[in-house]
Design a protein. Structure first.
Length: 483
């Protein structure tokens, strides 16, 4: 499938403008960053890299795409011929999926001819914004759910089919166990789960008959108990069916009930008492109904007896933050045969970008394995436990200011994904990504994982990068004086 039109129109007109003046092959560097953590949190989970690779591999122009562009009356035939042979020829470095990231640092670096970098910008940013947003929401839910089973139930509320499928995958990157989305399960190798809806129960003369018929046909014995009256009807009928299965030697290893309305704390506790009294301590209680991380946290604080959670609208639609504010900015450009650092200036200091080809080096405490800080540096800088010692000092963070050189180690967080247009990264299995994401999250100190008012990791600049930035700022001020 040709993806070349998955871009903004101005990217095409800019690419043609550069092509017309022979500047389309100018080598440049673009950084993909973001300004604020979503949901008022202390971190973001990187996701979407596998989708991005698929997007780049298929970013081409076929006959229909070229005919559409031709019909716009804007593009030269020679430029369309150039698009007909388009393929990405540059380099990409990125943080692996599941990585915990922080505002302002480079998540992905594109080094490519400028027209190529521009044409890819929209789709690249869209993919990483959407999937990182969902993965972060999922990780927040996992952080308060403990070892409970988390299921994504959001397809019917997703903002489009593709968002539903890739959103389901992103929840697994963030720590979910399964999805009700059958196509996503097929496409990405996820576990497909689901029981019944109220319409199943209402399709029979009474609730008990509905339960009996379901367990007759399926080994999945998770029964939806709130269609009529949860404690007076649903749970007692479920217990009757479980007793019949036990007597017949058919009680499955996994069985239980699902609550989808009412006071989930009270109902789950009473249901637990009723199930235990009937000898069904192994029955699991699943809860759904517009649940998010704050509700999970609150219900657990109330002692709710819930073992599994079905999360729909508030995960797939990223309730609380409609979009991740990812940005894609020029950091360097070839001039007279050499790569010249570039930066965006602004009256708002937080919107000024960092110049040059950069890496992100992460400092870990040697004994605990916990993250200390990230340092953005120029790619050719050597930063070790010895050379980076002064970069982790901080005026008020006790976790950082007392460290000695032998108490931490450093890792580069950006991995090569493409070199000269060729994929050089072995895409890991989703199970491996999920395990890596959990390992990454566990390296955060608890003050950064709070749902509300967390500490925000400070991202430092290396001395060389800070000096380069200051040099460009002073040069800009001098230019403004001479105007």
């Amino acid at each position: 499938m040709h993806k070349g039109l998955v871009t903004d129109f101005y990217q095409l007109t800019m690419a043609q403008g550069l092509w017309r003046i022979g500047a389309h092959k100018t080598r440049c560097v673009f950084d993909r960053t973001y300004r604020e953590n979503p949901f008022g949190g202390g971190y973001t989970v990187v996701a979407g890299l596998e989708h991005l690779v698929d997007f780049i591999e298929n970013f081409t122009y076929g006959r229909e795409e070229l005919e559409f562009l031709r019909a716009q009356g804007v593009f030269d035939e020679a430029f369309l011929a150039w698009l007909a042979d388009f393929h990405f020829s540059g380099d990409i470095y990125a943080m692996p999926e599941g990585t915990i990231a922080f505002p302002g640092e480079v998540l992905l670096r594109v080094e490519a001819p400028k027209a190529e970098a521009l044409l890819l910008e929209t789709g690249l940013t869209m993919i990483m914004n959407h999937e990182s947003l969902i993965a972060t929401k999922a990780r927040r839910l996992r952080s308060v759910a403990g070892d409970d089973f988390l299921m994504e139930f959001g397809l019917r509320r997703a903002q489009g089919e593709s968002a539903g499928h890739y959103g389901a995958r992103a929840t697994v990157v963030g720590g979910f166990n399964a999805t009700s989305n059958v196509e996503a399960a097929r496409r990405f190798g996820l576990s497909a789960v689901g029981t019944m809806a109220h319409s199943w129960v209402m399709s029979f003369a009474d609730e008990l008959e509905a339960f009996r018929e379901y367990v007759r046909q399926y080994d999945n014995a998770t029964l939806l108990v709130d269609t009529y009256n949860t404690l007076e009807s649903g749970v007692p009928h479920a217990i009757t069916v479980f007793e019949e299965l036990r007597a017949a030697g058919r009680l499955p290893k996994q069985y239980g009930i699902r609550l989808d309305s009412g006071d989930l704390a009270y109902l789950s506790c009473r249901a637990r008492e009723m199930l235990d009294a009937a000898g069904f301590a192994g029955a699991k209680i699943t809860a759904s109904n517009d649940i998010d991380e704050h509700i999970v946290q609150s219900l657990k604080a109330q002692g709710a007896a819930i073992d599994a959670w079905g999360i729909g609208t508030k995960i797939i639609a990223a309730n609380g933050t409609p979009a991740l504010g990812g940005i894609y900015k020029l950091a360097a450009q070839e001039e007279d045969g050499r790569l010249v650092p570039k930066m965006k200036f602004s009256d708002n200091p937080e919107k000024m970008t960092n110049p040059g080809r950069k890496d992100v080096r992460r400092f870990y405490h040697r004994d605990t394995g916990k993250m200390i800080t990230d340092v953005q540096c120029l790619v050719d800088e050597v930063i070790t436990a010895e050379t980076g010692y002064e970069l982790i000092s901080h005026p008020y963070s006790w976790r950082r200011k007392k460290l000695a050189p032998n108490e931490f180690y450093v890792r580069n967080m950006l991995r090569p994904i493409y070199r000269n247009g060729k994929l050089v990264y072995d895409l890991p299995k989703l199970s491996e990504i999920a395990a890596y994401g959990t390992e990454q999250f566990e390296r955060l100190w608890p003050e950064y994982t709070r749902l509300d008012s967390p500490e925000i990791m400070e991202i430092n600049l290396s001395p060389a990068l800070a000096a380069l930035k200051e040099e460009l700022v002073l040069a800009q001020l001098e230019r403004e004086k001479t105007k």
